[in-house]
Design a protein around this ligand. Sequence first.
Ligand code: AMP
Ligand code: ZN
Length: 470
Amino acid sequence: MSFYVYNSYGKTREEFIPIKENHVGLYTCGPTVYNYAHIGNLRTYIFEDTLKKSFEYLKYDVKHVMNITDVGHLQSDADTGEDKMELGAKRENKTVWEIAKYYEDAFFDDCQKLNIKRPTIVCKATDHIAEMIELVQVLERKGYTYIADGNVYFEIDKFPDYNKLANLSMEELEAGSRVEVDENKKNPLDFVLWFTNSKFKNQIMQWDSPWGRGFPGWHLECSAMSIKYLGEKIDIHCGGIDHIPVHHTNEIAQSEAALGHKWVNYWMHGEFLVVDGGKMSKSSGDFLTLTRIVEEGFKPIVYRYFCLQSRYRKQLMFSYDALSDAGQSLKKLKNKIALIKDAVTENETVNSKKLDAFKISFGEQISDDLNMPNAFTVLNDVLKNDELNPLEKITLAEDFDRVFSLDLLKEEVVDISGIDEKLVNELLDERNDARNRKDWAKADEIRDRLNELNIEIVDSKEGASWKLKD
Ligand code: AMP
Ligand code: ZN
């Protein structure tokens, strides 16, 4: 089955042709660990996780590499020239190393809650300073760099394809990069590969280098680490769309200049999650985290489901109302599956030939540049198909959930309006029986279980009934 992706490099839909048959080398830009990830960032990681699992579903062997930016950098989404790691350390009265460790753990905690699988290799910038220095040395040897006021710059005018990914006018590129004016640059879009003379004189994270003690520019780590772990040619490189005009444009320039050939075959970018007031910015500190939405009563998995309801290349508007609708819809889906699961009988068997047609339909949707809304339609068609027995339906739901990762077969009530009345009435009958037998322990156990489901038992002369807890 062909896998089609939208390649941001060239802006076309293309058939994915792997470098090595049945293998995918995937690099995704990871978090800068100076604060919690916001739910916008997490949307991008959910998209990348879904991409990886879609390839795995179609029997590709995926090697996924992700970096952790744990060294401060001067350039990013809302660049004001601050060193973000130092900023985090000051804010929390901790060392930069403590900040990095804390927020890296918090990030993987969020990922786990969202069923995002850990990449094959997670690599930290601070563990790869030698590789970054080596890359700058290659660029220096090949004549792509210059030194000004102690810093090593990449000279973009030496790299004619500089604008190929973004395909913007120079003015737009400049506006996108939002860099502070740096008098040392030959071209305002030149970028620093190695700082020895930053405006942050007391940088704690500094290393010796051929150009003096200092630290790397932000873009360098992704080139150095991806080449180390995935080789000189990569199948797919991902990130959020904000990375197109600066970070990825610079990554391409320095990697291809150093390697002397094309570096990445397919660039895939996830659109933004937006909130009412516009963009969510990690650096401004004004953002929604997964913990926050859990505090509002939503299960993390509801957020994953919410993201999967729209296509990754479309902007997604976040609101609690929309999240609540997603919660209702997920609950209905899970209840439907739970009822089918209950209906499975002992002597049912699975006709795997019959299932294949549905697996192919599902595969066609996920390989259509991740058409997840249509993939859910395939699931719904399966659940209501009269020619499939309950066991076959459950088998398919479980199979599709390898990509959805929504714990579709786990019976859990997503929220109070998701009460399975049949189950509640059965439990109530069981409790009545226990009380009639004077088995108080059992009766209490059932009451506690109902309590967990947000159900309150009301005992009266007419017998026991139940209501939702206030
Ligand atoms: P950062 O930790 O800021 O480097 O961002 C991590 C990832 O989240 C990057 O791939 C960004 O492109 C992406 N990203 C940042 N803001 C958003 C947003 N509002 N919606 C979706 N992805 C985002
Ligand atoms: Zn990167």
